[in-house]
Design a protein around this ligand. Sequence first.
Ligand code: FES
Length: 107
Amino acid sequence: MPTIHYILKDGTTRAVDAKIGASVMETAIRGNVRGIDAECGGCCSCATCHVYVDDAFLELLPPPDDMESALLDAVASERQPSSRLSCQLNVSAALDGLTVRVPDTQV
Ligand code: FES
């Protein structure tokens, strides 16, 4: 079972076991990770599941599609090259150890 690491606003890291096929957002919610609001429930319409992906894992992810990219322009914290919407990132075995940082704010 892959493990996803979430770096929280206070600098601590939470490790959550993830189900293959679940999103990084769903894994965070199930693991009670604070700072990922996910107000739309994963419909790619709220931009409150923003995370910064560790550079080491960026190449393993498919690039954001047009809808995700448009929403990333509207995130509350600064968009960076590593910015992604965690509801659009599906866990696979290759993503074991994926590390994402929660932004300062989602709203
Ligand atoms: S949960 Fe709303 S865009 Fe990801």
